[in-house]
Each structure stands twice: as structure tokens, then as C-alpha cells.
Design a protein around this ligand. Sequence first.
Ligand SMILES: Cc1ncc(COP(=O)(O)O)c(C=O)c1O
Length: 306
Amino acid sequence: MVDVKAPRVAMMDGKLVPYADALVHVDTPAFRYGAMAFEGLRAYWNAQREQLYVYRLPEHLERLAQSAKVMRFRSTPTAGQLAGGVLELLRANDLREDVQVRLMAWVDGSGGSHADGPIRYGAVAKALGRAYDVASGVQACVSSWLRSPDNAIPPRVKAAANYQNARLATMQARIDGYDVALLLDSHGHLTETPTSCVLLVRGGAVVAPPVYADILESVTRDTVLRLARDAGLGTEERPVDRTELYVAEEMFLCGSTAEIVPIVGVDQYPVQDGRPGPITRRLQDLYFHEVRAEGAEAAWVTPVYR
Ligand SMILES: Cc1ncc(COP(=O)(O)O)c(C=O)c1O
């Protein structure tokens, strides 16, 4: 499971502070109502080059700005402030291994759920192991909890409050003996897992629920679709029915934290022979080269050390 070491320092409002001092008051709207937008990024250590690379930093910052806009944050730190803060944080902790960065912006003050308080921001970076086995894959179930829709608590916005929907589904799945939950919308179409996107292989093509399917507009989903196209595979972005999950040739989840993880069974139906399929393994291979700056897309990685 996840192996987390406490880092030396955190970043608060652009300044480095001891990790233990990176605190938020119990009375803030961020704490009381989940009025917080965040991003989970990864940075990968390339031992040969002795360099740490943040993966698709500008895209994560752009998404944070979108979340802040929809949440009507009074102000938002600039992309330059946030990028500078993240890179400084990684250097200050002298991280030379694969890490996860959690970057957050939240409503401060002591108002109610509709409060328009000042915006603060912060980040922590930690060495993080893998939650799932990327080699052997996971068992999934279709959750009886539905995904919250775009016109209620929009999944496109990466707000802390969204993750109550996620937590309910994950807790239920684990209690029922599964690794991960698959969330449907109210029409019975696939959305995503509580913390990652889901893609299938059907007829040899990679199929993804579209961005209007009550999903987070995932950076990794975008990477995977581009890698698939570059590798000559067909791709489709279209609604996915529940029963397609039971007859798919392959299936996997993807996200910055999760990376690419084969789904080898759904609701006790094995996905094909119940083992990770060749397209999933190929995409994993391409992805792990990209994130370590060994792939074709040099613009997708930001070096940390000068
Ligand atoms: C609900 C949800 N969907 C999808 C993803 C994957 O998004 P990304 O690839 O940008 O990390 C995440 C992870 O951040 C998530 O929390």
C-alpha cells in the first residue's frame, strides 16, 4: 500500500514553512464546506540524468485556474506563482525519487458556505508508493452510488467537496471486497472511478467516456489518448454502457496518482482472461517512458533541478 514519508517543508502562500506548521484554521469555509480546489501531480526521478521531472505542470495549473473560476474564487495565484512555488518546494525537500505533489487553493476566513473570503494556497510534496498494482491489476465493481452530475457538484471542478461522492463509493467497494468502484451517471453510462478515469478496449480501439460524461478532464486521459493515436491505435470518445464493461477486451484506469492500472474484473466478470491485456501493457510502457522524460513529448516534462 501507500508508503508516505513526512517531508521537511511545505509551501504556504508561496513561502516555505516547516511541514508541521502548514495549518489551516478549523473555522475556514475550506475546512467546513470543502471550499478548496486542488491538483494532484507527480514528479518522476530519472536516475540516469539525475533529474526530477514534473509531469504536465502547465496543464495541471490551467485546470486549477478553471476550478477556481467556476468556484468563483475572489482571486487566484498566477500560474507563475504556483509553478515557482511547486519547483521551490521540490528543491527545498531535496526530493530525488518519484513523488506526488498536492497543490491546493482554498477559501479562508470564517464565513459560511457562500463566503467570499480571501484565497490562500499551499502545496505538499511526498514520496508516494503505488495504491494499486500496475502489473497485476485490480478488481472493480459498479457502484450503487451515482456520480454527482455537472449541474449539481460538477466533476469537471476538482474541488475537495466532490470527494465525498468519491469516498462513499470507495468505502462501499472496499467493504464489498473490491479494489475500486466504477461510477455510473443517472442514465446508466460510465463516468469514472472516484479518483481516476476509465478507458476500455473494444474492437481493438481505445474507448473513453467523453469530457461531457461527468468526469474530471483528466491530464492522463489526454496523454493516453494521444499516445494511443501516435501508436496507430483507433480511439473513440463516446458514452459507454454498463454492459460494455462486462464484454470489453481490456479495461484500465488512469490518473496522475494512479498512473495506468489494468482492470481485470468487473462485478465478478473477468475482463477477457482476467489478466492485463496487450494494449494496456503497451500504453503503460509508453506512459512510463513519457513521465520519466524518455518519450517523444519533451514539452510535457518540467525539470526541477538546474
Ligand atoms: C475524480 C478523478 N478523475 C480523474 C482523475 C485523473 O485526472 P488526472 O489524470 O488529471 O490526474 C482524478 C485524479 O486527479 C480524479 O480525482
